[in-house]
Every structure is written in structure tokens, then in C-alpha cells.
Ligand binder design. Structure first.
Ligand code: 1HN
Length: 356
């Protein structure tokens, strides 16, 4: 070893001792030419998830402390962390007959999406919100919420939260509420819908929070009708669908037209039988759940057949597309509001999205 090499070795040892780290050895890792996510494309099959949630229902009580019988998707690329992507948390939650998930609130924003079943009410800041097949239900950060199941049948749904983002930014607070939900009535329509779910009409009430939708429930009848209309209009020769055979809607805040939550975007897509979507790659990560139908997700180099209930993670900058075998209905959520508000968006359709 030359004298210089020996002095360099000491320099690196001194850096480590002093908790310092030289950029020149790490630039490629810290600043790749394009995003290289640690998260990997992955599919969780509903046929595997649901029986495990059912088993947890038999064996694990739900109550104060544990709070929720929710089983999170742990992306195989994220070293065992209970995170679906670097920003998004996703889980299957299961509530048995006559069970209650106690009230609490947290900074993390949350939603539920129901792939099947009904019979649970989620009580959001005292407003009982029925949960039914195809509905998107919101719980914005710091709203008290608990769930109860008076239906006599178990129910499962998916939860999506910005837990990883709040974790990495050290911005989370949490508070317990009552162990029993405050309002156990079971109205078919929440107070938030009675105020806010009239198309094109905003009530003349105070609503100062512009980052969070005041509407707690987006009902399947409306989503389904909007998608059907897009495809019908296309058939009639009018502009409507996104691309031929592919209809899409974004769930929006009726007060602003913006995203439903400050950190999470939610969408629903319908792809006709035999149609393949335009390949894309986007900055930021996304999770899909198959609501109905069968098809194949191409994620980078890999192909994944999917069926009802399956959950698919598309990491940042992964080229992907979907092909529908029969008509394919897809719910999706992403961290796009974070990416867009911070000016980091570089979404690309077609160009750059090379797929085999
Ligand atoms: C939560 O409150 C729910 O309300 C679901 O259903 C998952 C994960 C971590 C912390 C709070 C819910 C959660 C959660």
C-alpha cells in the first residue's frame, strides 16, 4: 500500500468515526438517472388473503390496543417492513358479526374500498357511513373513526393509508377515542352524503379545508354509471372514454375538484374484454385492486394473471399495462397528490414505457 492509499484508508475510517459519509462513493445510489425503487412489482391473490383474514377472525380478537384486525401487504423488496410501497400502506381488514373496532384518530389519512359484502358501518367524526360493495369510504387525517358490524355476517374490505409517508417524515400523531362507537344507528346514507353528494351542487355551508373531501362515501352506483356512460358515448361516436375500450374516473373532492385526500389519489378503471391499455410509467407508486373480471398485468419484465380481489403493486417508474380477458374493473390508489404538489411528476404514456 502506498503512503497515499494508507492516508486515504485512515480518512475513510475517520469519516465513519465522525458519522460522516462522502458523496463521491455514493452518488449513483443517491441520485440514479431515474427512480430505482426498492419496492418490487408484486401481486397478492385474494384467494390467499381472504382465508388468512378469516382465520385471523377466528383466532385474534379485535379491541382496544390492537385497534384493528388489519393485515398489511409487505412488499418483498422493502426488507420486511409492513409497507406496500415506500409511501402507501394497504391491508385487508376483517370484522366478524357483532364486532366493534374502537374509535381513535391519527394524522394518517385513510380510505376503505369494498370489493365484496356489506353490513359494516364506519363512524367518521360521529357520522355513521354504510359500507357496501364497490363503495369508497374516506377517513381523513385526525377524524375520529371506528367500525361496527351489526349484520350477523363477517365483512372484509381493503384499507389504504399514507402510513409510510407519515412514518418517514415523522409527522404522525395518534389519540384513542371511545372503545364503543359513539353512534350505533345504521342509516343507509351518511350525513356527509346528504350534504355533499348532489352532482354539481355545493351546499352553502362553511368548508374551509381544501385538501380533504367533505364527502365520506363514494357509492358504486355512481362509479358504475359514470364508467358505463363513457363507454356508451364512445360506442355512439362521441368523445368519452380515455382510449378505445378503456374508461376511467378519478374520485374527486366535490368542494374543489381536487383529490379526495391530501396524500392519496383514488381512481376506477374499466377495460373492455380483449383490450390492452396504453403502456405507461409514472413517478410515484400505485396499488390496484381487481373489482371484477380477469386479465393480465405486465409489470416491467413480468406478467401476472389477475382475478377478483387481487392486489397489484406498481412501484415508481415501472413500465406497465393491463390486458382484459373479460371486462375488467379496477380500483386504484396512488401517492400522486404528493408527487404532483411537490413538482416531481414526470408521468409518461407510451414513450419510455418499454414492455416485452
Ligand atoms: C386504522 O385506524 C384503520 O380505521 C386501519 O380501519 C388500519 C393501520 C394503522 C393505524 C390505524 C381503520 C390502520 C389504522
Amino acid at each position: 500500500m502506498t503512503a497515499t492509499e494508507s492516508r486515504l484508508e485512515h480518512l475513510y475510517a475517520d469519516f465513519a468515526e465522525a458519522h460522516l459519509s462522502p458523496l463521491w462513493t455514493q452518488l449513483g445510489d443517491l441520485m440514479p438517472a431515474a427512480p430505482t425503487s426498492q419496492a418490487v412489482p408484486h401481486v397478492w391473490k385474494w384467494s390467499a388473503l381472504y382465508p388468512l383474514a378469516e382465520l385471523a377472525g377466528d383466532l385474534v380478537p379485535v379491541g382496544r390496543g390492537g385497534e384493528r384486525r388489519a393485515i398489511a401487504l409487505a412488499n418483498p423488496g422493502l426488507g420486511g417492513l409492513p409497507f406496500a410501497t415506500p409511501t402507501l400502506w394497504a391491508a385487508i381488514q376483517y370484522l366478524g358479526p357483532d364486532e366493534t373496532a374502537p374509535e381513535h384518530r391519527h394524522s394518517q389519512n385513510a380510505f376503505r374500498f369494498v370489493v365484496d359484502g356489506e353490513g359494516v358501518w364506519t363512524v367518521v367524526d360521529g357520522d355513521p357511513v354504510a359500507m357496501r360493495r364497490g363503495d369508497l369510504l374516506l377517513t381523513a387525517g385526525w377524524q375520529f373513526h371506528g367500525h361496527h358490524n351489526p349484520s350477523g355476517r363477517p365483512m372484509a374490505w381493503i384499507d389504504g393509508l399514507d402510513i409510510p409517508f407519515v412514518h418517514y417524515t415523522d409527522t404522525g400523531f395518534f389519540e384513542f377515542g371511545p372503545a364503543a362507537v359513539t353512534d350505533r344507528t345504521t342509516p343507509p346514507t351518511s350525513r356527509s352524503e346528504r350534504l355533499w353528494a348532489h352532482p354539481g351542487l355545493s351546499p352553502l355551508v362553511r368548508h374551509h379545508d381544501t385538501m380533504t373531501s367533505p364527502l365520506a362515501a363514494y357509492r358504486w352506483e355512481h362509479t358504475d354509471a359514470a364508467l358505463r356512460a363513457q363507454l356508451d358515448l364512445q360506442d355512439e361516436g362521441h368523445p368519452g372514454a380515455l382510449t378505445p375500450g378503456h374508461a376511467g374516473v378519478r374520485y374527486s373532492n366535490p368542494a374543489t375538484g381536487g383529490d379526495v385526500l391530501p396524500t392519496i389519489r383514488a381512481e376506477f378503471h374499466r377495460v373492455r374484454a380483449g383490450i390492452q391499455t396504453t403502456p405507461r410509467r409514472d413517478v410515484g407508486s400505485c396499488v390496484y385492486q381487481v373489482f371484477n373480471g380477469t386479465g393480465t398485468f405486465d409489470l416491467g419484465e413480468t406478467q401476472h394473471p389477475v382475478a377478483k380481489g387481487d392486489l397489484v403493486v406498481v412501484p415508481s417508474w415501472t413500465p406497465w399495462r393491463v390486458s382484459a380477458d373479460d371486462e375488467l374493473d379496477l380500483f386504484s390508489f396512488s401517492d400522486a397528490p404528493i408527487v404532483e404538489r411537490l413538482g416531481l411528476n414526470r408521468g409518461l404514456a407510451v414513450q419510455g414505457a418499454q414492455l416485452p
